[in-house]
Design a protein around this ligand. Structure first.
Ligand code: KIV
Length: 274
């Protein structure tokens, strides 16, 4: 790391600095977090952006989809994350039906997140049909990250978690959505599970950074769900998740050792007692 880079990392990350990273050609790193300790570890590791994803509906709450997640759930987890972060930009996912219903609802719910938690931005799923909402939010000072491609809140429309925009018509629509979102004022956008060639076209077509997940190497940044990359969600193994740990197995080993130590009378020992 150059001295210029290490100097940068001691500074707080903002939506503006994320946009500047694209201009400089510096890749943007994003991981999810849902609690204080994970957020603190990510921040200490110099992650650029922490996304409090509504994926918490799956990995924390155990739901089959993200649809049941509420604004109150997001605020609860985002507050915990906020307490662990000094430098990273925190982005909070707005849950299903908290912004799609009207501009007023979007302003009220996104405003609650910004005001009650104190984070840097919100993330909304969808293309041209939410552009008006994005425009209003940005105008009143709420930065928005977009999200196109496999948008999990639309799973009942898609009916599958397969790669999106493989067909030409859907690819063209996505490209157009990306341009409309950029024009509406998003400071960045997630591209989820789309062909790498399409993600490259989008990345070259918009001035704001693209953050890929299952969208190939040409995006301006990458995001993964933290439990997936750590190997905690063992059964979820799509090709776009690179495993940086096998933490589920390490946890099982630790739990079994603890159980055996307690049952066998080895824990606690004298030096572990008062
Ligand atoms: O909810 C989430 O964690 C997300 C990321 C996977 C992009 O939207």
């Amino acid at each position: 790391m150059s001295s210029a880079q290490s100097e940068q990392r001691s500074r707080v990350v903002t939506t503006r600095s994320v946009m500047n990273m694209k201009r400089r050609g510096e890749k943007i790193t994003v991981l999810t977090a849902y609690d204080f300790l994970m957020a603190r570890l990510l921040d200490q590791a110099d992650i650029d952006v922490i996304l409090v994803g509504d994926s918490l509906g799956n990995v924390v709450q155990g739901h089959a989809t993200t649809l049941p997640v509420t604004v109150d759930d997001m605020i609860y987890h985002a507050k915990a994350v906020r307490r662990g972060v000094e430098k990273a930009l925190i982005v909070v996912d707005m849950p299903f039906m908290s912004y799609q219903t009207s501009v007023d609802d979007a302003i009220r719910n996104c405003g609650r997140v910004m005001k009650e938690v104190g984070v840097g931005a919100v993330k909304l799923e969808g293309g041209a049909h939410i552009a008006e909402i994005v425009r209003h939010l940005v105008r009143i000072g709420i930065p928005v990250m977009g999200h196109l491609g496999l948008t999990p809140q639309a799973i009942n429309k898609f009916g599958t978690y397969e790669v999106r925009a493989v067909e030409e018509a859907e690819a063209e629509e996505l490209l157009s959505d990306a341009r409309v979102l950029a024009e509406a004022g998003v400071f960045s956008m997630v591209l989820e599970k789309i062909p790498a060639a399409l993600a490259k076209r989008v990345t070259e077509s918009v001035a704001v950074p693209t953050i890929g997940i299952g969208a190939g190497p040409h995006c301006d940044g990458q995001v993964l769900v933290v439990y997936d990359m750590l190997g905690v969600t063992e059964e979820f193994r799509p090709r776009f998740v690179r495993r940086y740990g096998e933490i589920a197995e390490e946890m099982r080993v630790a739990f079994r050792q603890y159980i055996s130590d307690v049952k066998g009378g080895d824990f606690p020992r004298k030096e572990e007692s008062y």
